[in-house]
Ligand binder design. Structure first.
Ligand code: NDP
Length: 286
């Protein structure tokens, strides 16, 4: 039997610590405050932003969702982000993606100052990640940080491990490769042009999949030794509309040492990392 690496116990444990840190900040006169700019009424974005607000309320931080019209002019949008993010009582701020078509060319990571960039997308924070100084107080990208936390929470030391990441996006694969390298893992990043993907995945100690294809990773990609740790970042819907990951969970769960389920695995950790970044930003502001 493999270990099912659910995120719930990690989230519960970290919530305790978030509550304590939030209390401590409040005793110093600082209530951590996050602003989420939501343009239009994209259904998934409405759910994501509400979940972020609910999570902040669980540990005592303020989170306000600022709804902006789908038709907002670019100049008005830029002015609004500037006005909100420059307020002294705001510690964290981000624009919920995706934006409507006429705003999609904007690099939202550059609009918010690095010390309030709780998404960890600003080039300054990416630079801090690149440098890998353990004493840095840069804000790290949320989903990749969640992946690292989950692997370590289940007692795995990343140092010296061969990790294969499938996917090289700016929000998951690339930043994750740097976080893992900073943890002294040996990292291989695969993508759609990688030749003979199974040849790479079969010799990995840990496989992280961030491809976005339902049940893409089958037993054909795994080592026969059943000793690999499998981390599924994918959030997909199959042809019947059922939520599933990138991994063929039911058919591979007994062919590995540990595996994350979808839902209940990596998914909730993005919000946890966002909350951790908010508190770090508020603490840095003192
Ligand atoms: P992208 O579409 O931006 O990136 C997908 C990556 O997969 C690309 O690098 C692509 O390669 C690679 N890829 C596609 N097909 C193949 C293939 N056949 N073999 C090898 N590599 C392949 O996706 P994201 O990184 O944004 O998201 C990936 C998944 O993670 C999605 O399901 C998404 O919903 C989920 N996700 C979950 C989050 C969470 O848990 N909170 C947060 C963010 C994403 P190439 O670069 O060559 O095109």
């Amino acid at each position: 039997m493999s270990i099912e690496m659910k995120s719930a116990p990690l989230v519960e444990k970290e919530l305790e610590s978030l509550r304590e840190r939030c209390e401590s900040l409040k005793s110093k006169g600082v209530t951590p405050s996050m602003k989420v700019l939501l343009v239009g009424e994209n259904k998934a974005s409405l759910i994501y932003t509400r979940n972020k607000k609910k999570f902040c309320e669980k540990f005592g931080a303020d989170c306000e969702i600022i709804n902006l019209s789908e038709e907002i002019l670019e100049s008005e949008f830029l002015a609004k982000v500037k006005e909100i993010s420059e307020r002294n009582d705001v510690h964290g701020c981000f624009v919920q993606l995706p934006l409507p078509k006429h705003l999609q060319h904007i690099d939202c990571g550059a609009l918010i100052s690095p010390e309030k960039d709780v998404d960890g997308f600003h080039v300054h924070n990416i630079g801090e990640l690149f440098k890998g100084d353990p004493k840095s107080n840069g804000l790290m990208p949320c989903t990749p940080q969640g992946v690292v936390n989950l692997i370590e929470y289940y007692g795995n030391d990343l140092s010296g491990k061969n990790v294969v990441i499938i996917g090289r996006s700016l929000i998951v694969g690339k930043p994750l490769s740097l976080l893992l390298l900073n943890k002294n893992a040996t990292v291989t990043v695969c993508h759609s042009r990688t030749k003979d993907l199974p040849e790479h995945t079969k010799r990995a100690d840990i496989i992280v999949s961030a491809v976005g294809r339902p049940r893409f990773l089958t037993s054909d990609y795994l080592s026969k030794d059943k000793n690999q740790i499998l981390v599924d970042v994918g959030i997909n819907h199959d042809s019947e509309g059922k939520l599933c990951g990138d991994m063929d969970y039911e058919n591979i769960k007994d062919k590995c040492a540990a595996i994350t389920p979808v839902p209940g695995g990596v998914g909730p950790l993005t919000i946890l990392s966002l909350a951790q970044n908010l508190l770090q930003a508020a603490e840095n502001s003192l």
